[in-house]
Write a protein that binds this ligand. Structure first.
Ligand SMILES: NC(=O)c1ccc[n+]([C@@H]2O[C@H](COP(=O)([O-])OP(=O)(O)OC[C@H]3O[C@@H](n4cnc5c(N)ncnc54)[C@H](O)[C@@H]3O)[C@@H](O)[C@H]2O)c1
Length: 335
């Protein structure tokens, strides 16, 4: 299929684009490089050739309609482009609502006008708010989001729902839990410095690439640290390829949770990183954060059953690939 993929210069978008290219798809990438980079996209071009992967450095809000007109025959869109820093969203909510909701709206409208009827959308478990039960299935009520970031993704889901309801458009929405790891060959990874993620930052610190402080609210778990579901980024990428296949076979609009179904506490992740990297972290709890949920773990049975997808990589593989990635590129992508 010929795909338009947004956010191809970012962490997940670059690794998922590679998975789509490996599955035989042709990809037109778009990234404004606000938070992403040209370098991973150039590597994709080297690996797969310019015929199979070409990219535009542009804001999807401005360019969606033009790309669909100038590069006709796009079969489906995969939308990763968004801002996703919770802390930043609390300081500047307008940035998040304008970009994350604005980009989806522009994209959906361009798709409607171009007659493109398939979308795979990156969403987040943050849309569930504070979990009422775990594991969280897709029927879990949508909650009071804890940040403007989460709210912007929930609003984006609602925009998509309206376009799907009103027009010939099918969308698979994927709600991710905590993403970790680098690509299996460690050539592509998370270039945020620091990352938003516990495992990423612990591995960076193990290589002397930044300070690391435990930062969580004490909760009612055996070691008092919050439990999360850590899913490897390559497993996540595979789920996107499976989601597109589902739409290709005539699947209807659906929402799927993407997690492993297993929970690990903050201390368990730290111990895993210590075990693999040889680091030894200060265990005292730093700054307390308000409102950390006790546990957020995915019920992933729907994705397994309907997409035929299975997470295959464990925590050890995620820590190892991250370690290699940060060792190879201590400063991340350079441009
Ligand atoms: N990283 C996570 O843990 C996580 C968890 C849940 C959901 N998500 C979602 O996954 C997606 C990708 O996240 P990521 O971690 O790869 O982030 P990222 O910041 O590495 O990548 C996002 C990319 O989108 C680009 N972008 C943003 N707005 C754009 C616009 N208007 N036009 C063109 N490009 C634009 C940025 O430049 C960046 O390269 C996001 O939609 C995010 O909400 C991420």
């Amino acid at each position: 299929m010929k795909l338009l993929i947004t956010g191809t210069g970012g962490y997940i978008g670059s690794i998922a684009s590679r998975a789509f290219l490996r599955s035989g798809h042709e990809v037109i990438g778009v990234d404004a490089c606000y938070r992403g980079y040209e370098e991973p996209q150039e590597l994709l071009q080297e690996e797969f050739g310019r015929e199979r992967f070409r990219f535009h450095k542009a804001d999807i809000k401005d360019c969606a309609a033009d790309i669909m007109r100038d590069d006709p025959g796009i079969d489906a869109v995969v939308h990763f482009a968004a801002y996703c820093n919770v802390g930043e969203s609390e300081k500047d909510p307008a940035l998040y609502f304008n970009n994350n909701v604005g980009a989806v709206t522009a994209l959906m409208d361009a798709m409607k006008n171009a007659g493109i009827g398939k979308l795979v959308f990156s969403s987040t478990c943050a849309t569930y708010g504070d979990p009422q039960y775990v594991p969280i299935d897709e029927k879990h009520p949508l909650g009071e989001c804890a940040s403007p970031y989460g709210e912007s993704k929930l609003l984006a889901e609602r925009v998509i729902k309206w376009y799907s309801r009103l027009f010939e458009l099918k969308c698979v929405t994927l709600r991710y839990f905590n993403i970790c790891g680098a690509s299996d060959d460690a050539r592509f990874g998370d270039s945020k410095k620091p990352s938003f993620h516990l495992m990423q930052n612990a591995v960076r610190a193990s290589l002397g690439l930044g300070k690391f402080k435990l930062n969580f609210t004490e909760v009612d778990t055996p070691d008092k640290s919050p439990i999360r579901d850590y899913i490897n980024v390559e497993d996540l990428a595979d789920a996107h390829v499976a989601a597109l296949r589902f739409l290709e076979k005539g699947g209807s609009s659906e929402i799927f949770n993407l997690g492993t179904g297993l929970g690990n506490s903050v201390f368990e992740i730290i111990e895993k990183v210590e075990q693999i990297t040889g680091a030894n972290f200060e265990k005292s709890v730093g700054e307390r954060r308000q409102g950390d949920a006790r546990a957020a773990v995915a019920d992933n049975r729907k994705a397994k059953e309907m997409l035929g997808w299975e997470p295959r990589r464990d925590l050890e593989q995620s820590v190892k690939t991250l370690y290699q990635w940060y060792q190879n590129r201590p400063q991340g992508w350079s441009r």
